[in-house]
Ligand binder design. Structure first.
Ligand code: COI
Length: 355
């Protein structure tokens, strides 16, 4: 295993109060950085004080967005130990995104070791109360100073950490979702399955329009027919129809393969639910509502955890789901996943890595 040098800050920051935590606006004292060059491969992994970094204006990532990222969380379990939820799976997905964006892959074992070392140093930054966590943001950017279009020959890999509360300003209350049939997030053959900044940049316009109308986020439909449900802005989506859980299939290649999505599928099956991963059209969802069979809708994501959807708007219709309240199944799944994450429920899936 390569050595990871640690350069500690001389100027530690004051930690925020847990009750004030929002999402993504506070960063810890240190970060992990590693460089890539064609000659040396990934090298010089180090932990340094968190702070500004200097790049030339010609740095490739600013021009063509050749970059990828991940989202994971660390928690304090009931014994007070630091644990990370599915970090290896996160780095495997980072590598799948890397391949799609022509970025050199990383060694997931080394990345996990680097992350654990960073979390170990920053363990006092992990909040303890329910609904809070230390959000982990690994990312890779292209760093050649060049403005022609080609893959970069140099890269930087970072891991930064941020103590967080709920992702949405609604907290864990049901969100209002606007179904857009005008704009699309991804197309078959595109980069929809990769976690790359361009997908999020492309989503901002429709999301802003939805927010201007009073909705929290956009639900995307497929890029060809504007008919099949794909995902919500920062979450995968599940529907409970007539007792069964249905979530869009990943086979289209245009949906982010969420780690919380995968966890929810496995937990739900384990709890005895029938789970279907398949194409689901927006007409089917609205018809299920009209037939009185749409029981629950919820989103899943690392940042959002499990977020119930209270209202769905599409074309000229707005439907209320489960009276705008969190449903029994969403609650059960939320309690199960957070129970595993905070060490209250036995981790029978082997998802927790202790630091
Ligand atoms: C996550 O859920 O971790 C995400 O990356 C979504 C978002 C905050 C961009």
């Amino acid at each position: 295993m390569k050595e990871i040098k640690v350069f500690k800050t001389q100027d530690p920051k004051e930690k925020p109060q847990e009750k004030d935590l929002a999402f993504g606006n506070v960063f810890t004292d240190h970060m992990f950085v590693m460089d890539y060059s064609v000659e040396k491969g990934w090298h010089d992994g180090r932990i340094i004080p968190y702070g500004p970094i200097e790049f030339e204006p010609s740095t490739m990532v600013f021009h063509y967005g050749q970059a990828i990222f991940e989202g994971m969380k660390a928690y304090k379990n009931k014994e007070g130990n630091a644990v990370i939820f599915r970090p290896y799976d996160g780095f495997l997905r980072l590598n799948r995104s890397a391949e799609r964006l022509c970025i050199p892959t990383i060694d997931p074992d080394f990345a996990c070791a680097a992350l654990k070392k960073l979390i170990d140093l920053e363990r006092d930054w992990i909040p303890k109360s329910k609904g809070t966590a230390l959000y982990i943001r690994p990312f890779i950017i292209s760093t050649d100073n060049f403005i022609g279009v080609r893959p970069s020959n140099t890269y930087k890999f970072f891991i930064i950490l941020s103590p967080v509360g709920a992702y949405y300003t609604e907290g864990f209350k049901p969100v209002k979702i606007y179904v857009t049939d005008k704009y699309v997030r991804a197309v078959r053959g595109g980069t929809g399955a990769a976690k790359t900044p361009g997908n999020y940049a492309a989503s901002l316009y429709a999301a802003k329009m939805a927010q201007d109308k009073g909705y929290t986020q956009v639900l995307w439909l497929d890029g060809c027919e504007h008919r099949y449900v794909e995902e919500v802005g920062t979450m995968n989506i599940f529907f409970k129809i007539d007792g069964r859980l249905i979530t869009p299939t990943l086979d289209t290649g245009s949906i982010l393969p969420g780690i919380t999505r995968d966890s929810v599928i496995k937990m739900a099956k384990n709890l005895g639910y029938e789970v279907e991963e398949r194409l689901i059209s927006i007409d089917e969802v609205f018809k299920a509502h009209d037939d009185g069979k749409l029981e629950e809708v919820f989103g899943t994501g690392t940042a959002a955890v499990i977020s119930p959807v209270g209202i769905l708007a599409w074309k000229d219709r707005e439907i209320l789901v489960n009276d705008g309240k969190m449903g029994k199944t969403s609650k059960e799944l939320y309690e199960n996943i957070t129970g595993i994450q905070y060490g209250i429920i036995d981790d029978c899936f082997g998802w927790i890595e202790e630091v």
